[in-house]
Design a protein around this ligand. Sequence first.
Ligand code: F6R
Ligand code: MG
Ligand code: MG
Length: 370
Amino acid sequence: MSKITISLIKADVGGWPGHATVHPALKEVAESVLVQEKAKGGIIDFKVMAVGDDLQLMMTHLLGEDNAEIHGLAWDVMCKATEKAEELKLYGAGQDLLSDAFCGNIKGMGPGVAEMEFHERGAEPVVAFMMDKTEPGAFNLPIFRIFADPFNTAGLVIDPSIHQGFIFEVWDIMEHKRVMMESPKEMYDMLALIGAKSRYVIKRVYPKPGKLPEDEPAAVVSTEKLYQTAGKYVGKDDPVALVRAQSGLPALGEVLEPFSLGHLVSGWMRGSHNGPLMPCAFEDAVCTRFDGPPRIIAAGFQIAKGMLIGPVDLFRDPAFDLTRSRVNEITEYMRRHGPFEPHRLPMEDMEYTTLPTVLKTLGERFEDAE
Ligand code: F6R
Ligand code: MG
Ligand code: MG
């Protein structure tokens, strides 16, 4: 069988109300366009989902990554959803569509993209992770733990088919460069980079020689705004990721396990605060407290000749209740810090600032200190 491609493309084309969630009418618009495209045979299957204020289009097809027809289709859906958002006067209608016209590839035009092309295995479990109110570096910790941490992934120690570890593709988004690193051999060097999550981000993970082809990714993370604008700050980019599981890869439960921490991520309130990441059910992905706290949902599928058998709402499991209540406690604790770091981000990472104006106003009142 030929390779299939999964394309997960997302954009904020209008919030309801504020930046809280996606209005159902936008999802209906997306469904109606994609139903027609599926009937025409342009795509094999699709699912329309949402997390916070981000509309998510998951599509399967045979056209490979970076395909102009698929990216054009997603652009068309986002434009039609924007028209609906304008009609309903939703908040920030079309805010992630940075260009007036589509020019062949949706990357750099505002929407986020995670795509992977691979030979579908006899049974192919895939998880689509979707985050709101944060940035691509928020995936560094969990992706590292899934594919490199033996305290998370038991298989790294006891499953001969993954015992050799994985290859990580790490991007330096300032210099717009990438490096392939091998785990476990270069694990400490890799952590030295990816711990600095606003600069070094994990883009892909590949298997080593074994059960799966080495050139077909096991995981991919969206990094689009960063991709196009290396070195220039353009705001946070609520990220998505695709992760394949089982049989030569981490098990589904090993893929979900790192999210039980509720780790700290950047991008909450005005893209300028740190806060804990809450794994939640689809219906709970509504960001209201202080425009957050940051959320992640996980949609689980089996892929059957490109058909998306799912989604299963994976974080709906009550086994994540303890994480959620811990996240709520940490939320309470961090909010008490108000405008102080490390709740508020350091100056260079903030999306909003009044500092230049304040400094200008104070001007000559600054005098030499002792
Ligand atoms: C948006 C976000 C929100 C907004 C905030 C202010 O994803 O993180 O916290 O930054 O609601 O939005 P504006 O400036 O549009 O009033
Ligand atoms: Mg928004
Ligand atoms: Mg968003």
